[in-house]
Write a protein that binds this ligand. Structure first.
Ligand code: IPE
Ligand code: IPE
Ligand code: MG
Length: 248
């Protein structure tokens, strides 16, 4: 591990908006899909490194609910890559004790991919290491609307007292139930926006933006982000002085 990193102060949950595959390819006069292929290699490296470092939860934004609006050929190529990735990586997830998970509207995905996903979730369900979550056909507003609808349905049926709906109950109705909120969000490619990713869950996450495109993001860039994260003071609304008085 990087000597400038404190192993005790790594994020428990890292979330990543993997962006810039298309621009990476365009800069090299290549097709966008080549950028996505290269991006998959980065996923392998970063998943392996996070698991080695003992990160508890890694959540990767791989395909948004809005990405269905892209040209058909690109969507198709992305789905093919996704299937290949899941199939090829299941063995490595087993070796690294990684548990696989997906958030998003799985019903939108082609059935063969959904089956592949379920098979990997089942195979890795007994693993005890890092939880790797892919956000697929994921949109945070859709997720929250669906949570509100679930709670309203329960209340209308008389099974839930509206007064009992609190942050915990709302959070438990999201795809991310059981997963602690992200401590750190990384977005690559220089864009500084959230693009409908984990709006509820990111309430107190530290945000880290880098100009590096996802295919060029590597271990060194990950360490840079972690060093930056370790330099932040997370105050959660309190003052610096108060934090100094809290028991460690
Ligand atoms: C991220 O790269 C991958 C997906 C959104 C699927 P992009 O494809 O968004 O790359 P840019 O932003 O066009 O460069
Ligand atoms: C966000 O990237 C979604 C993923 C990384 C999967 P986009 O490239 O789709 O985001 P916008 O459209 O630039 O905000
Ligand atoms: Mg993009």
């Amino acid at each position: 591990m990087d000597k400038r990193l404190d192993p005790k102060k790594l994020p428990q949950h890292l979330a990543v908006i993997m962006d810039g595959n298309g621009r990476w390819a365009k800069q090299r006069m290549l097709r966008r899909i080549v950028g996505h292929q290269k991006g998959v290699e980065t996923v392998r490296v970063i998943v392996e490194e996070c698991s080695r470092l003992g990160i508890g939860y890694l959540t990767l934004f791989a395909f948004s609910a809005e990405n269905w609006l892209r040209p058909k050929a690109e969507v198709k190529a992305l789905m093919t890559l996704l299937k290949q990735y899941i199939r090829a990586e299941t063995g490595r997830m087993m070796q690294n004790d990684i548990r696989f998970n997906v958030i998003g509207n799985r019903g939108d995905l082609p059935p063969d991919i959904d089956r592949e996903i379920q098979s990997t979730i089942d195979k890795t369900s007994g693993n005890k290491g890092m939880l790797l979550t892919l956000a697929l056909s994921y949109g945070s507003r859709q997720e929250m609307v669906s949570a509100a609808r679930k709670l309203a349905t329960e209340a209308a049926a008389g099974r839930l007292d509206p007064a009992s709906i609190d942050e915990r109950a709302f959070g438990a109705s999201l795809f991310t139930v059981g997963i602690p909120d992200p401590d750190l969000l990384i977005r690559t490619s220089g864009e500084m926006r959230i693009s409908n990713f984990l709006l509820w869950q990111l309430a107190y996450a530290e945000l880290y933006f880098t100009d590096v495109n996802w295919p060029d993001f590597d271990r060194e860039e990950l360490m840079r982000a972690f060093r930056d994260f370790q330099s932040r003071e997370r105050r959660f609304g309190m003052t610096s002085e108060q934090l100094g008085q809290l028991p460690a």
